[in-house]
Design a protein around this ligand. Structure first.
Ligand code: PHE
Length: 464
């Protein structure tokens, strides 16, 4: 029987730590962003590259974040200082999660707000009898409205704030322990339903038969961005959570477990969505972000139209699943910034959570308006929503990941790293040499090359 700890500022159990980290990783990134990106980038070939990036870069960077956070044990800035052997100059790295927390939550909450609204509509049986055109106009009218989506976005941030304010064990750990298993059950039920639809095999073909002629440099950068986003790595989010890990957690094993859960959920989401899309002639898998909000409710109605109870249940379960997936991730985003205000500026935890939430509510409002009134307000040719997504997934995540690898691979004393990875020599950790090679050479080099290629310094792949 596992011994529980009495310190309520760390995860009480090893399972709690895995589920919280998996809760952060599994989110709209899996159920919404993954199918969207897969659909837009041609299916199976994209998935293969994405899985490769998960294994080669994602997992090592995740473990790196775990090691830094757990070694520090208190807060991320302090963790960098401690791990570097007491050099204060490294404390600034702790600002990465603070800034990223604001950026990522502010746009993520917009889509999370949509899912909450759709769950509400599903609950009220509001999809019944609608046509494909109505789903389209409804979504466009809703997402471009100045008030309604903002209301739902603010609501989801408030819910997130409530959980974070409760603290590490009572809020984050307990929330993840309840929501993650439910999420799994929902997903399995939905996959079963989806695979029994007509033409499901076309969806499977799209997911599992690669066509490498579709691979361009932007597909590769997107696959890397998606791998990082989906695992929540590079921003210091998992570093923040790892500050609450117990000393007996096996970091390498946990990293692999979390990544496996995350990949599995992404693939299962693909198995829910693409067979459903192909079950109706004329629908396209590359419908983009609207896939989940226009295409799917339409599919639910058309496929189960004759059995209204099934259409009702299928839609409700699906959107509830999205809400839970979104919540366990948004909690980790809020925690990144709130933990800093709580630990470094000594604000009480609930106050820190409220302050960060209020700022995010404001920024999220701007992101929400990107779909309506502020559609044409552009910075670097992007609206607020796209700009935030670009900054997070394509800039801070890879650069943050690269910096952390360089830090752990080159700056930190090897003995300290080895002690952390092997829990002071009590674990065998056969993968340690491979891991160290990756973070010293492979990961920084890969990320640099992909960037350089994207910036046009040299071209491995020509654009289609
Ligand atoms: N990994 C989360 C998802 O898949 C998103 C996330 C990104 C969470 C960054 C925390 C930090 O939805």
């Amino acid at each position: 029987m596992e011994k529980k700890t009495s310190n309520t500022n760390i995860f009480a159990s090893k399972v709690g730590a895995i589920l919280a980290a998996a809760g952060s990783a599994v989110g709209l990134g899996n159920v919404w962003r993954f199918p969207t990106e897969t659909g837009e980038h041609g299916g199976a070939a994209f998935i293969l590259i994405y899985v490769l990036f998960m294994l080669l870069l994602g997992v090592p960077i995740m473990v790196t974040e775990f090691a830094i956070g757990r070694h520090g044990g208190s807060d991320v800035s302090g963790a960098f200082e401690k791990m570097s052997g007491g050099r204060k100059g490294w404390r600034w790295m702790g600002l990465i999660p603070v800034v990223s927390g604001f950026l990522v939550l502010s746009y993520y909450a917009v889509v999370a707000g949509w899912t909450l609204y759709y769950a509400y509509v599903a609950l009220m049986n509001g999809f019944a009898g609608k046509t494909a055109e109505e789903f389209q106009t409804d979504f466009e009218a809703f997402s471009s409205d100045s008030l309604s989506p903002v209301f739902w976005t603010v609501l989801i941030i408030a819910m997130t704030c409530g959980i974070v304010a409760l603290g590490v064990q009572r809020g984050i750990e307990r929330g993840s322990k309840i929501m993650m298993p439910m999420l799994f059950i929902f997903i399995i039920v939905l996959v079963g339903c989806s695979l029994s639809l007509p033409n499901a095999h076309l969806g499977l073909q799209f997911l599992f038969h690669p066509d490498f002629s579709k691979v361009t440099s932007s597909v590769i950068l997107s696959a890397m961005g998606q791998a990082f986003f989906s695992l929540s790595v590079g921003l210091g989010c998992l570093c923040t959570y790892a500050c609450y890990f117990r000393k007996d957690v096996d970091l390498m094993k946990d990293g692999l477990s979390v990544a496996s859960i995350d990949t599995l959920v992404a693939l299962l989401s693909g198995l829910i969505i693409f067979p459903a899309v192909y079950s109706i002639p004329g629908l396209q898998p590359d419908a983009g972000p609207s896939l989940v909000f226009i295409t799917l409710p339409n599919v639910f109605q058309q496929v189960f139209g004759n059995i209204p109870v099934l259409a009702y249940l299928f839609s409700l379960i699906f959107y509830l699943l999205l809400v839970m997936a979104a919540l366990t991730s948004s909690i980790s985003m809020l925690e990144m910034s709130a933990a800093y205000f709580h630990k470094n500026l000594r604000l009480p935890r609930p106050l820190a959570a409220v302050v960060v939430s209020l700022v995010c509510m404001l920024l999220a409002t701007f992101c929400s308006w990107s779909f309506g009134d502020w559609k044409d307000v552009k910075i670097f040719d992007m609206n607020f929503f796209d700009l935030f997504d670009f900054l997070v997934a394509k800039l801070i995540m890879p650069i943050g990941g690269m910096l952390m690898c360089i830090f752990l691979g080159w700056v930190v004393d090897e003995k300290v790293l080895r002690a952390e990875m092997t829990n002071n020599g009590t674990l065998r950790s056969p993968l340690y040499p491979t891991y160290r090679f990756i973070i010293r050479y492979l990961a920084p080099l890969c990320i640099f090359l992909i960037f350089a290629n994207e910036l046009g310094l040299f071209n491995f792949f020509t654009e289609a």
